[in-house]
Each structure stands twice: as C-alpha cells, then as structure tokens.
Design a protein around this ligand. Sequence first.
Ligand code: WT7
Length: 652
Amino acid sequence: MSGETGALSALLTEDRRFPPPEDFAANAVVSDPGIYERARSDREAYWEEWARELDWFEPWHTVLEWKPPFAKWFLGGKINVSHNCLDRHLNGPRRDKIALLWEGEPGDTRSYTYAELHLEVAKFANALKALGVGKGDRVTIYLPMIPEAAVAMLACARIGAIHSVVFGGFSPESLADRNNDARSKVLVTADGSWRRGGILALKANADVALERSPTVEHVVVVRRGGELSEKVDASMKPGRDHWYHDLMQDVSDECAPEHMDAEDILYILYTSGTTGKPKGVVHTTGGYLTQVYATTKAVFDLKDDDVYWCTADVGWVTGHSYIVYGPLANGAQVLMYEGAPDAPDRGRFWEICEKYGVTVFYTAPTAIRAFMRWGDSWPGRYDLSKLRLLGTVGEPINPEAWMWYHRTIGGERCPIVDTWWQTETGAIMITPLPGVVETKPGTATRPFPGVEATILDDAGEETDAGYLAITSPWPSMLRTVWGDDDRFRATYWSRWNGTYFPGDGAKRDQDGYFWILGRVDDVLNVAGHRIGTMEVESALVDHRAVAESAVVGKTHDIKGQAIAAFVTLKEGYEATDALMHEIRDHVGEKIGAIAKPEVVIFTADLPKTRSGKIMRRLLRDIAEGRAVGDTTTLADPAVVASLKAKYEHEES
Ligand code: WT7
C-alpha cells in the first residue's frame, strides 16, 4: 500500500474543520442532510427522482437489473444525451444563455448560446451521417481543447454513434491502438493547437497513426484558426480527409435526436490498468447521464447565473462528465480554455477567473501544488471575489495544498469539494455536499447519497484501513471493458463477491470520513494522469538497447508521483547519457510525453526472487530513498545494495 506511516497518522489527526458557511448552506441546491437517509432507505427510488429531472422519450419499466457484475439501469427507457444537453433548454430563458465560452491560449475567444450550440451539433451530426456514420459506429475524437471537441461528442450522442476521445497528448502509436481496438470508422482531429506558445501538430500525428488504422475510412479536420492555421499545413488526403468547415457548408441544421435505449453505449474511454494494454471503459446512456447530471447539480451547487470552469482536458473522463455532459445537462454556462496555466505567465488561470467572473472552479491537486510553488503574488494580482465554490479531483490532496487553496484562492469563504471517482465510475462517488457536509483538509468525506462504499480487507471483512470498496451498483458505473468481459470481471469483481474493487487504498476516521490513500496496484498517478507501469515497461523494452526494465512510482512534490525506470541493457550497449535521453524519448514516442520516465537508472541486474519475479517493492524503497525492506527472498541480495548506491549517486 502506498503512503507512509508518518504521513498517514498526520492525516488521521487532522482536526481543522470547515462547516458549510451559513449563507452558502441557506442557498444551496442541497441543504437538507436528510438526503443521505432518504437515499439509503430506498436507493432505487432516490435515483429515479434524479432520472425524472431529465427528458425521456419513453419511461423505464425497471430501475435496476443487477446480475453481478453486469448492471442495467432504467430498463426500457428511451433517451438522448444531446437532446438533454441542448434541445431541452431551448424553450425557455436558457435558449440565449451562453452555453460554451471558450478562450484560446493566445487570447482569442468564441462563444455559443444554447441555441447556437444546438445548431452546430445538429449540423455536425448530419455531416457525420453523410460520411456513413450510424448508430453504434465508433468515432475517434483526437482534438485539442476547442469548442468542436464538445460539438463532436454531442453530435455522436445525437445520432447514437459511440465516441472514443483520445487525449491530444497521446502519441500516434497510442492513437492507432485505440482506433484499432474500437474499430473506429471516422477520426475527428484538428490541424493543431497551442500549448505554451508551441504548436501541437495533431493532424501530423494522426497521419502517422492512420498508416496503421485500417478501419478508419474518413478523417474530419477542424481548422484551429488564427495564426496557428496559417503556420500549420495539414496535408489533406483526397477522398479520405475532409475539412470540418467544408462539411458544415451545405448540410441541414435539422437533425432529430436518435431515441436511444438507456443501456445503449454512449462512449468508450481508454484508461491504463495493470497490463500493457489500455482498456476501453464502456459507459451507457441513461444511468450515466442521470448520475453526472445529479452530481454536477448537487456537488457543484449549480445555479443559472454561475460561470463554471473545470480545467481538465476533454481527453479525460473529467472533461467528459464535468465539462460537457454534466454541466450542459444542467443548462450551465461552461468555460473552456485551450492552453497551459503558465502561458503567457503564471497568472493566466486567475486572469481568466477575473475576466469571466468564474464562480465555480474545479481543478487537480497537482495544479494546486504548482500554483502554491509559484507563489501568492500571481493570484494576488486578480479579483477572485466572484468565486464561491472550489473543487479538486485526480489524486489525494495534501492538507497544506488544501489549506492554500482555501485561503489564497477561496478567500476563506468558498467550500472545497474534494471529489473521489474514476474513469470507471463515470461520475463523482465520494465527495462532500458543500451545503451540508463539514469538510476537513485531505478527505473526500462521505459517499454521494445513493452510493454505497466501505473499506474491506483481503478477506472481504470491514475494516478502517484497507481497500476502498463499492458495495452496490450505481447508475454511471462502467458496464464492461470494450470487447473483453473477462477482463472486466477479473479487474474489478474478482477480489470480493459482487463488490466493486476500484484499486485504491483507504482509511476511515472517527467521523466515518474516507481518506483515499492512492493506488494499491501497479498503476501510477502522475500529475493526475493514470499510467500503467506495464505500459511504460513495454515501451522501454521496445527500444533496441533495452533488455529488461522495471518501472515504479516515486513521490514528487508537484506531480504527486514521477516515473522511475530501472533498465538493464543488451550486450554491446553502453550506459551513456545520450542513450538515456534516447530511451526516455522512445517512451514519449510510444505512449505520449506524460509517460516519459523522470529518472532512468541503468543497472546490470534487477532484484529478483529465486523464481525470477522482479521485486518492485524494493525498487520503490530505493526510488523513495528509504530503508530497503526485507531482501531475504532475493536470489542475489547484493543486487539491491549496489543499486541503491548507484541510485543515490545519480540523484545527487
Ligand atoms: C484514480 C482514478 C476521476 C477523474 C480523474 C482521474 C485517484 C481521483 C481522487 C481524490 C484521492 C483520487 C484514485 C482513482 N483519485 N480522485 N479526490 N482523492 N484520489 O481519473 O484516471 O480514472 O484515475 O485517481 O486513485 O482510482 P482516473
């Protein structure tokens, strides 16, 4: 289990408490603590209440069918996600309300009202149809943070196509793997995007991926616009590649939303696990929308006059659920920003907050730690008084970072919602309700009403320190791993009977609050991004000079974890700095820059048991600079001592 004993006991003696501010509680979407009991006494009726706030073409006849590990929610119900995010808001004052407010990194802006976004989505839905995309077909979306990312997702949802969004930072190889696993018919990409003043050439990457993506018949290319599109020459392959703006020219702006079954697939999203191959997490329609709608409304306390900003990328689940589907289903005004937090300077996020009067702000602990390091003077230059609620997600937040967020960004007046959830859960699972729950720095507090969680040991007995477990099905749960029910069963449902295993360690304190301690499996969390150690190891051994490798996480001040790789070289290769850089870059090319190891240590041997298993536990001790644990089962205990000496030498 990760987390050190010292840090842990510090967590559990945390005694700072922050009750909901009175005026906040008085006006909160949820102000009645009775919601917890109501949900507990009849969970299905409670979720039905939320589902009824959405528009259904046909009502469901059964709330839940649970044949572990397979759940179906709202059986018989017919619904369309894009209809609920757009059309539903058109017959009232939200029609001309801004739905999406976008700012590019260079400062260019665009905005869409609900009526305008509806039009754009209907047109692009028709454009996709014209390319032969129909219900159930897969569409890969490889786009930067531009409005067309939301448009493309909603257009797929409108016609019942299944989208698979691939983060723009992933390499061509990762993109091709995802195209092939999903057997995508169409790829939507852009000529490029700005990142810290540099250009991310997405179409060029896509072209490399397309050389080995045989199922992709058509490519739609969005022109990012401005100076970028003057600089980037996206070479278009006749017959295969189409400009977005050309397709949108003479296409009808009427497109009736497909009546989808509640259990039809809305999207696939690939995420890392403990094997080398990412898994396609499958989310369906009715239950997913119900829970993202409910959590967005209750956790972010959304009101019609809020300006809501979630800083995630649409390539991750946070972007799916809390930039696009949850906020738009609530008719919110959503802010979207293309670029980096330090472009052109370290005040950019706060400048944006001031400029647009952001009221609800949702970001990641890794970003908060970076802001903290950059100093109070950056936020100090801007008026942040409109902020009224702050959120975090992605990894445990250390209490000092929480306190800094509370003081420096929240002006000591904004509740903080620390939200625990995963790609697989689809929506927030453990979180304070900001008008009801007293918070403490570092804990995600209690399960959202209607979610049932506990802490179990290996034997499945309840404990106060062990593995986080979700004990009953929830509406937005993943339904399976795309094309691999066996992996779905083995990964999430084999530890205990009928209980979901998220892969996190957790503790419960005297108030019954959950403290999430991080992953207990071979999955790293680098700057809030999930990376499988096996994926990085496969990329390493793919390099011609590498014989064997072992990858572990190492505590990092800003990123939470950084990647440390131990590498043995093939005969005839010399351990030089140049080779080290080449190997790091190779991982970047195979997976994407986020997976590049921070440290690469060349070693003649890896510590192995007599049966040949690499003892990662010892490598973690070495990478963390702590006393090395029990080495008695090693085939050659001397390996560890020399490796430790070498590591310390390289670090200094
Ligand atoms: C893993 C899921 C959910 C969107 C972002 C990441 C960690 C997430 C918290 C939190 C402690 C957290 C867990 C989880 N995590 N939120 N509030 N406190 N840990 O999605 O890539 O699917 O990663 O992120 O370890 O299992 P993901």
